[in-house]
Design a binder for this molecule. Structure first.
Ligand SMILES: Nc1ncnc2c1ncn2[C@@H]1O[C@H](COP(=O)(O)OP(=O)(O)O)[C@@H](O)[C@H]1O
Ligand SMILES: [Mg+2]
Length: 153
């Protein structure tokens, strides 16, 4: 469950409650918190608070899928930013696995990736899943992006 919050600091936040039916919600929460801490940078939202069954992160604006559906003009260098971001993920040895546009947002002109519950350290076993994520979702940013990302994997 997602809830938008405004804190006394005037900044916007998102509270994500882990209440997925039939899933190990505590494992999801631990994984998400691990990656947000480990990847702390311009590429991931700031983690503000962690509870037993929820996390609170910064909210910078709607996700890219929502922006696209509402015909918002996306940043001109979005494909380059995506490549640079995946370079960073490689350096950090992570496969995000779910690269849906609904899990990306913009902090001003800066691309930001959230929803880390499925992420894991890179192993050959998950290459196919990571590639599917490029083909299924990131291709919508730029058709040439898929090949570039595959070359880099
Ligand atoms: N930091 C964020 N910035 C913008 N939108 C967000 C953010 N966190 C969540 N959302 C919105 O809530 C939706 C669900 O959150 P997400 O973390 O992707 O969880 P899940 O996909 O597991 O339900 C996202 O697709 C997005 O629309
Ligand atoms: Mg999601």
């Amino acid at each position: 469950m997602i809830e938008k919050l405004i804190k006394t600091d005037g900044k916007r936040y998102i509270k994500k409650t882990f209440d997925y039916k039939g899933e190990d919600n505590f494992a999801f929460l631990k994984n998400e918190v691990f990656w947000l801490n480990y990847l702390k940078s311009k590429w991931v939202p700031e983690l503000y608070e962690v509870g037993n069954n929820y996390i609170i992160t910064r909210y910078y604006g709607p996700d890219l899928n929502t922006l696209r559906n509402n015909k918002f003009k996306l940043a001109d260098d979005l494909a380059d930013q995506t490549l640079e971001m995946y370079k960073f993920f490689k350096e950090k040895n992570v496969f995000k696995l779910n690269g849906a546009l609904s899990n990306l947002t913009m902090n001003g002109n800066q691309l930001v990736a959230f929803d880390w519950k499925w992420a894991r350290f890179r192993t050959d076993k998950y290459i196919d899943y990571e590639v599917i994520s490029y083909e299924k979702w990131l291709s919508k940013i730029d058709s040439e992006l898929v090949e570039k990302l595959k070359c880099m994997i």
